[in-house]
Write a protein that binds this ligand. Structure first.
Ligand SMILES: [Zn+2]
Length: 415
């Protein structure tokens, strides 16, 4: 067996001691204790020197086409209404070149951070037309060496009140969209919106991704309807839901009942804490609620859950650099996750479970899994989640694709 790469002396998230790995033909071919005899294979070797090797980070929910807009329109009110209205206005001026320039900056940073797979929502509506998709389709190919990019065709502005949207969504799927989705909460008829999306999913045999049960108004949850449609269409294991902030307000018994239905339908939930903690509970005058989906509670009930970035430096989320590991730190802080086991769950939410949420299989740290990996300058999962270390070596399909080193100098007095 000729290896692509051997990694020696690595800590692994769920095994004690140090380990050597052999990567071959884009997969993990062998894992053995570091004390065992090294392979005589002359293939390149990366000495981890005790650093932590994790599965590549998977950002299952991001918006490449509206990233990095803050310098064009800084927040004046900082409200959700302003974000919707002003982003729609900015969208009128988007060109293919402009979208690509911003997306490239995010994608290249993402590869450096160790994100080896990503699902980007791509706005398709009468204002955006098909520009975002035309911009991002070539980048999906261009950056394949560094990350697997899925494009989720996305109706951000509603469907039923803008009937032209439906034909545009179908054109986008025919052009090569991977996934179909929408934000039913902005639609005058949210249930019709959900049905339209499932209709398209069935026509194109693709997975579904909704921005769902976002906002903190008194409207009832749409989740039971989405669960019922998932069953009715036979789409179990093919539905991913982002935000789900309203779940944070449910009494525990109601959450347990919904968790059982989510588990049965294999629907995945992605928390988007950077956006949600910023936008939710604005009406609270003091002791503000957090408004982040309780993914830790859902995980205890066997639901597949993850954490993702959502927006970077725009009116919906005027923060962030696209480093999913930092979002993992934020999630642990917001949900008060301090134990070793909860840190391991957080890391899984940003890696293996996020991969599962967006339909990527054979993802993890077992023999036969994809050789999409990140070596972090940390010796434990708690250190990785707690500190999001800067120094990383990123491996995609068995090949080193990025390396970040910290160049720091100290100037103590008198030297
Ligand atoms: Zn989103």
């Amino acid at each position: 067996m000729t290896a692509d790469l051997q990694i020696t002396n690595a800590h692994l998230p769920d095994r004690d001691g140090l380990w050597n790995l052999v990567l071959s033909q884009g997969t993990i071919a062998a894992i053995a204790p570091a004390a065992s005899k090294p392979s005589p294979d002359p293939s390149p070797t990366l000495d981890a020197s005790g650093d932590l090797l994790i599965p590549g980070l998977v950002d299952g929910h991001i918006h490449l086409d509206k990233a990095l807009l803050l310098d064009r329109h800084p927040a004046r009110l900082g409200t959700f209404a302003e974000a919707m209205a002003e982003t729609l206005r900015l969208k009128q001026g988007f060109t293919v070149d402009d979208i690509q320039a911003r997306a490239r900056r995010v994608l290249e940073r993402a590869i450096g951070f160790g994100i080896t797979a990503m699902r980007s929502h791509v706005e398709v509506d009468p204002t955006a037309g098909l520009r975002s998709l035309e911009a991002l389709l070539p980048l999906r190919e261009e950056y394949r060496w560094g990350l697997t990019l899925q494009l989720a065709v996305f109706a951000q502005e509603g469907i039923t009140q803008q009937p032209d949207t439906l034909s545009l969504l179908r054109q986008a799927m025919a052009l090569g969209g991977d996934v179909i989705g929408s934000a039913p909460y902005v639609d005058a008829d949210p249930k019709a919106n959900v049905r339209h999306i499932f209709d398209i999913a069935q026509e194109y045999d693709c997975d579904v991704d909704f921005h769902l049960d976002f906002l903190d108004d008194d409207e009832p949850l749409l989740l039971p309807f989405v669960i019922a449609e998932t069953q009715r269409r036979g789409w179990q294991g093919r539905v991913c839901l982002g935000h789900m902030t309203k779940l944070a307000g449910l009494p525990p018994a109601e959450l347990v009942d919904l968790a059982a239905a989510l588990r049965d339908t294999q629907i995945s939930i992605l928390a988007l804490p950077a956006s949600d903690i910023y936008m939710m509970a604005r009406q609270d005058t003091h002791n503000q609620r957090r408004g982040v989906a309780p993914v830790h509670r859902l995980a205890e009930q066997g639901v597949n859950v993850g954490v993702a970035t959502n927006n970077i430096l725009n009116l919906f989320t005027p923060f962030g650099d696209g480093d999913l590991l930092k979002i993992c730190t934020l999630l642990a802080q917001v949900l008060q996750l301090g134990t070793t086991i909860s840190h391991q769950r957080c890391l899984a939410m940003a890696t293996t479970q996020a991969a599962c949420a967006i339909g990527i299989v054979d993802y993890g740290l077992e023999v036969g899994d994809r050789a999409d990996l990140v070596l972090l300058n940390a010796s434990s999962v708690s250190e990785a989640v707690g500190a999001a270390p800067v120094q990383r070596t990123v491996i995609k399909a068995g090949r080193v694709v990025a390396q970040t080193r910290l160049d720091q100098q100290m100037f103590a007095p008198g030297e």
